[in-house]
Write a protein that binds this ligand. Sequence first.
Ligand SMILES: [Zn+2]
Length: 91
Amino acid sequence: MKHLSPHSKEWFAAFAKLDPQQAAATRKFIKDSRTENVCSMCGDHPASDYEVADKWFDADTPVTYRLCEDCLSTLATNEGERLVPLSSHAQ
Ligand SMILES: [Zn+2]
């Protein structure tokens, strides 16, 4: 199983298929803040990398996001997502 590093070229290609609108927004956040180290959802920082349990870009590739604390708790609370810090995986 491989993890796409959030905001990498490969990640954007996969994310654009899953959620074109959000992918476009994320591109804009990165462009505006001139760093990739921002939240995938809102462009805030600091942000850390998470894997979404049970969500997949494709059969071998779990969905990953870079999230600030606010979006982490919003996704977990409102969407019921289970988010696993990427650093806890052996990469
Ligand atoms: Zn955020």
